[in-house]
Every structure is written in C-alpha cells, then in structure tokens.
Design a protein around this ligand. Structure first.
Ligand code: ZN
Length: 104
C-alpha cells in the first residue's frame, strides 16, 4: 500500500516547483516518482505525424520524486507525512500525522 496515490492532493516541498499544490495524476512505484497536475511542466517537441500534421510543442507534466512532496490531508487540509494504522477489522488505513485522523 502506498502513502501517496492517484487522485491525492499533494504539496511540493523541494525543487523549482516548491510550494505548488496539485492532484496526483500518476504514480510510478518502481521509480518512486509521481506525476502531479501542473507541476514540473516540461516542453516536448512533437514530430509531425499522421495525427499531428504540423508537429508542434506540447507542455506536459514531468515526474517528480516522491520524497519531494507531502500529502495534503483530506481531513485537516494540511500538508502532512502519512502513517498507517490497522483497524480492528484488519483494514489498513492511512493516517495523517497532523490530525491523527485516518482515511482510505
Ligand atoms: Zn490531517
């Protein structure tokens, strides 16, 4: 189980995009990196193809290191480190280190 998952809101705490917040679009567990909406925008030059006859330039999010972000707690709305708790029923939940509330 991952501390940060697709659809989470995170805050960037290091690098050029420090302070930005965005939704996690993709998690790359093997690389321990994530892609966050609107963060680390990189410019790609497209070659002309059947789909894009003119080619062109697109802006796209690049992956950032998981250690450079904090989860924004859905309960208290603060950036936080995440822990895990196991409930009586054996369910594993994430826990906000700030407000101690648990969430899926
Ligand atoms: Zn919280």
């Amino acid at each position: 189980m991952q501390k940060i998952r697709k659809g989470d809101m995170v805050r960037v705490i290091a690098g050029n995009d420090r302070g930005k917040e965005g939704e996690v679009l993709q998690v790359l567990p093997k690389e321990r990196r994530i892609i966050v909406k609107g963060v680390r925008m990189i410019t790609r030059h497209l070659r002309p193809s059947a789909k894009h006859r003119e080619g062109g330039i697109v802006q796209q999010e690049g992956p950032i290191d998981l250690s450079n972000v904090l989860l924004i707690c859905p309960e208290c709305d603060r950036p936080t480190r995440v822990g895990f708790v196991i409930t009586e029923t054996g369910e594993k939940l994430r826990q906000c280190k700030q407000c101690k509330k648990t969430f899926d």
